[in-house]
Design a protein around this ligand. Structure first.
Ligand SMILES: [Mg+2]
Length: 320
């Protein structure tokens, strides 16, 4: 959501890395909807950004299918087919159409679902194996591999899904910031889209992380020279599962960043192979986040490369 501005001082961040479980608790205690103080990030370029899509990447199904649609007794495939039909017939944006249709359906069935209900629905969202322990494990891996170089990891979520549902998931406290679609709940009779994150719109948030301008109240468009950007694109790894991730993967790959495509264990690798052959991603793997999996090993390979790159640049800077 807008207010989860994650830019914090280097010392605070380091303290959090030292004590990840405490970090999770303290982050959760941050009241939703309250704006964080924005502080400039350190300019040492020692932060690695791991950026995730949600639906199909961290979770097997679209998040609306775990509770919202079952609550209304609607078959997911019928709902998505209706979205596609309306969006095509009306030439309407597909994401605005789904956000509108969700509440239109609820109203038709006389079911009132407010913000708190959506957050509660987040608890029902399933995650791929190993996701829950992945975030702290990546912190630990980078800390171990970068020795005393002080390199740290931040996890970000950029999703066309709903902020409110994501907020209810177990993994929400692990993200430095969550950029996802969101509703106004009090301005209209039907909740109205407040922010819609399209496939191409996702790239805006990669630039925000890159430039350290995570407060959505601040414009992202002013020019910032590359050397002033706190997290260079070369320090990014993006995780996605399909065509909706192509703009983000393409942006990163063209700017020296990295991407991994994932697929469900029982799903076809076809899309991933397509992305790989088109040069959209460095690797692809089954969405198994447990230690020792292909995804784990390939992510660690990229992290090793980024850590080495950061250290090489630091050594060169030392030579003046
Ligand atoms: Mg996806």
């Amino acid at each position: 959501m807008v207010e989860r501005v994650g830019a914090r001082s280097g010392r605070e961040h380091q303290a959090e890395i030292e004590d990840a479980p405490h970090r999770a608790r303290s982050r959760r205690s941050h009241p939703p909807g309250k704006r964080r103080e924005v502080q400039p990030d350190t300019q040492d370029k020692k932060t690695i950004a791991l950026v995730y899509d949600f639906d199909g990447t961290l979770s097997p199904k679209p998040m609306q299918e775990y509770a919202f649609l079952p609550k209304l007794g609607i078959e997911p495939k019928d709902f998505w087919a209706e979205c596609a039909r309306i969006s095509k017939a009306e030439r309407a944006d597909a994401l605005i159409t789904y956000m509108h249709l969700m509440y239109k359906k609820a109203k038709e069935k006389n079911v009132r679902i407010d913000r708190a209900d959506l957050v509660a629905q987040g608890k029902r969202v399933e995650l791929y194996p190993g996701v829950e322990t992945w975030f702290d494990a990546m912190h630990a891996y980078v800390k171990k591999r970068s020795a005393d170089a002080g390199i740290t990891v931040k996890h970000y979520l950029v999703s066309s899904g709903l902020t409110e549902i994501i907020e209810g998931t177990k993994i929400y406290p692990h993200f430095a910031n969550v950029f996802a679609s969101e509703y106004w709940f009090d301005a209209y009779d039907l909740p109205f889209p407040k922010r819609v994150i399209s496939d191409t719109g996702k790239t805006q948030f990669l630039f925000r992380i890159n430039k350290g301008i995570e407060d959505l109240g601040q414009s992202i468009n002013a020019h910032m020279p590359e050397d002033q950007r706190p997290i260079p694109f070369s320090n990014f790894v993006y995780f996605g599962d399909g065509d909706t991730d192509v703009p983000s993967m393409a942006l990163l790959k063209k700017n020296g960043g990295h991407a991994i495509a994932v697929h469900g264990a029982d799903e076809s690798e076809k899309k991933c192979i397509e992305l790989f052959k088109a040069g959209r991603c460095d690797f692809y793997a089954s969405a198994d986040y447990r230690k020792g999996s292909d995804l784990w090993k390939r992510t660690c390979l990229l992290l090793d490369r980024i850590i080495a790159d950061v250290r090489v640049k630091e050594e060169a800077r030392g030579l003046g």
